[in-house]
Design a binder for this molecule. Structure first.
Ligand SMILES: Nc1nc2c(ncn2[C@@H]2O[C@H](COP(=O)(O)OP(=O)(O)O)[C@@H](O)[C@H]2O)c(=O)[nH]1
Ligand SMILES: [Mg+2]
Length: 471
């Protein structure tokens, strides 16, 4: 028998309650087969005699011999199961009454209800996956685009963990070089070649920092590429959001200043998840609430990957010029892209060519894209979507590399990088090896929190607590 770390057996539905064809109830723990066997009747032998990876058909009955449901049960033998323990997955009919009756019988036979994320937590503790992989399970479940799925899948399959392992092993090598020196410190020898140490260190710092900087991309993959829609009140920002989504999500009104807070919605275009942010119109206002909204618009502008500056073609040209120069001064062109949208072209009907000529807004930066659209009729929105997709080319090519998508990992990588920079300073200022080794251990500690080697129980509790019951 394979020894695992838990001596109790847990059970929970692994599928969402509601209408569907079947519900799957997961049972895991040393007693899983006995517990299920006590209420599951098969035609010939008992489930306890079946080998792993087999499926059997039978009936589940209650204390009075009354049949609750006909089910299929899949048998997994430790360690070849999701949790690493003996497990059974019961597929029953998707009636919430049936499921709760089966759970009641399982608990009566010695199982207990699982808490959120407990199956995955067991998989982690039993060494089936590390923490980064366990977190990827939640990411795979919640992925909403092909790009975010690929990144989560890569993490689940251990790509990220193996990258971290290689960084850690280089750091361990560094630490042992230094510790060797420590052991012989009485004799005043310098074993480790300082310049070799320092170049090894540079390599690791570079690696850790590039992982950390992939978070901007990772965050965009996970939560959507942030696209801020900014412009004057009444330029059609909310109308644009609604037509992009094909939904009346934001309030459209011809009273200026209606959108006082930001409205965010996601949309997948060509496999890329975008998060559109409708903001409060930019104008000088004495209204306190509106001013707070405008401040928030500027904040969203600065956080966006792409800024959509929406101009009303029918507004006076000077107004548009002032607004654009305000927006241009706030865009960081090294990491952000600006698309200027001249809206409401439908008003000009057949005279579209006239406005194309008249409404030339000039830009210092030639990378700024300008499009004529009608948020109301949908004219030009396909070109806009194409522009957005092509602005995120790196999103569709880069994600085969390891991409950090998790804020907790991002923080740990930053802490590790800063501990490593301290090591580097200490090396160059000739500090004693014991002090240097301490900072190295600190960096190792932070990296270890990502994969779970040194993650405290409260953090584990918090991570798995965010999972659903049955995961
Ligand atoms: N003709 C026309 N009107 C538009 C267009 N886009 C928005 N509007 C109108 O402009 C007004 C303000 O729109 P809204 O989306 O609330 O502007 P916001 O303040 O920028 O969010 C509404 O009356 C819209 O119907 C457009 O493309 N063409
Ligand atoms: Mg609005």
């Amino acid at each position: 028998m394979v020894r695992t770390f838990f001596d109790d057996t847990i059970a929970a539905p692994a599928t969402v309650p509601g209408t569907g064809a079947i519900t799957v109830i997961r049972v895991s723990g040393p007693e899983a087969l006995r517990v299920v066997g006590s209420c599951l009747k098969l035609t010939s032998k008992s489930i306890e005699s079946l080998p792993g990876y087999s499926i059997c058909y039978g009936t589940i009955g209650d204390e009075n011999g009354e049949v609750v449901d006909e089910v299929l049960a899949s048998v997994f033998r430790a360690p070849h199961s999701y949790t690493g323990e003996d497990s059974v997955e019961i597929s029953c009919h998707a009636s919430s009454y049936v499921a709760s009756e089966i759970l009641r019988l399982l608990c009566g036979a010695g199982a207990r209800m699982a808490s959120p994320g407990e199956f995955t937590r067991r998989a982690f503790v039993n060494g089936k996956m590390d923490l980064a992989q366990a977190e990827a399970v939640a990411d795979v479940i919640s992925s909403s685009s092909s790009a975010s799925l690929r990144v989560a899948m890569n993490q689940l399959r251990g790509g990220y963990s193996s990258e971290l392992r290689s960084i850690r092993s280089r750091l361990v090598e560094l630490t042992s070089l230094l510790e060797l020196e420590l052991d012989f410190s009485e004799e005043d020898v310098e074993f480790a070649d300082r310049s070799r140490l320092s170049s090894l260190l540079d390599e690791v710092i570079g690696h850790v920092s590039s992982l950390a900087s992939s978070f901007r991309l990772g965050n965009a993959l996970r939560n959507g590429v942030p696209i801020a829609i900014v412009g004057a009140p009444n330029s059609g920002k909310s109308t644009l959001l609604n037509s992009l989504l094909g939904d009346d999500r934001a309030i459209v009104s011809d009273v200026p200043g209606t959108t006082r807070d930001t409205v965010e919605e996601t949309l997948v275009v060509d496999g890329i998840l975008f998060r559109f942010i409708d903001t409060a119109g930019l104008r000088s206002s004495s209204d306190e609430v509106e001013r707070i909204g405008i401040e928030r618009s500027y904040k969203k502008l600065s956080e966006a990957s792409v800024v959509l500056a929406l101009l009303d073609c029918t507004a006076p040209e000077e107004e548009n010029e002032t607004l654009i120069s305000d927006i241009v001064s706030r865009v960081d062109f090294s990491i952000q892209k600006l698309v200027v949208l001249l809206n409401k072209v439908d008003i000009f009907g057949a005279n579209i060519n006239v406005i194309l000529l008249n409404n030339e807004v000039s830009f210092s930066d030639s990378s700024v894209v300008k499009l004529y659209i009608s948020a109301k009729t949908g004219f030009g929105l396909d070109s806009l979507k194409k522009e957005l997709v092509s602005s995120q080319k790196d999103l569709s090519s880069d994600f085969d590399n390891v991409v950090v998508t998790n804020a907790r990992h991002f923080e740990a990588l930053n802490s590790a990088a800063s501990a490593l920079r301290k090591v580097k300073d200490s090396l160059s200022s000739g500090l004693t090896p014991d002090l240097i080794a301490e900072d190295l251990r600190e960096a190792l500690h932070y990296l270890g929190t990502i994969t779970g080697e040194v993650t405290p129980d409260e953090v584990l509790g918090e991570i798995f607590g965010r999972f659903c019951i049955g995961k």
